[in-house]
Write a protein that binds this ligand. Sequence first.
Ligand code: ACO
Ligand code: ZN
Length: 175
Amino acid sequence: MGTDKDTRTMNFNDINGNNSIIIRRCNLEDLEGVIEINEKELPEDYPYFFYKSILDNFNESFLIAVDIDGNVVGYIMWRVEKVPAIDSLKISNKGHLVSIAVVKGYRRLGIAKALLTKSMEEIKKKIIDEFVLEVRVSNYAAINLYKKYNFSSQSIKYKYYRDGENAYYMVCKAK
Ligand code: ACO
Ligand code: ZN
């Protein structure tokens, strides 16, 4: 108790009664597990330095789910982007959901909901105007999840993915 790591650990005892899953911030040692999940569960892979830069710059909202044996079973990562607003001189702050995934054997337990809830609380502290993300138009499970968090599709990004699939650009106002 009392170490830096301990205070940064968040225990979730309410994931559908499954108290063996912990949601906490990602550390450097966890990156390997995160990358493994990404490569297994999503067709969009990133180089190591990309994960590292998210970890270095947006550590507060880079969260992982860990099972009782210490295995990483889910992750979520965001970045904050400053974008000039189209209709004014103001800069708009967007919380961009870069990636979320949960290992197959651990799905439908509420882990993604726990990761989203906790990380969005962290992103909100950065005074953002909206949360944004892209999702494959065929990704029913993820679209359903985002709708639960009041995301709605604002536009379609045509051929957004390398295999030619379109993306919904989904937005949720932060205030
Ligand atoms: N069918 C329909 N709705 C679903 C499904 C499904 N198979 N899975 C999740 N949902 C929706 C439901 O609304 C669900 O709420 P409910 O269980 O009360 O009905 C809600 O999502 C939350 O469910 P969780 O249990 O919290 O979600 P889970 O931990 O299973 O993770 C996720 C959901 C992350 C989409 C998972 O299926 C996954 O890892 N998929 C592969 C990776 C992926 O597609 N990631 C998103 C890419 S887009 C991006 O990263 C920006
Ligand atoms: Zn994106």
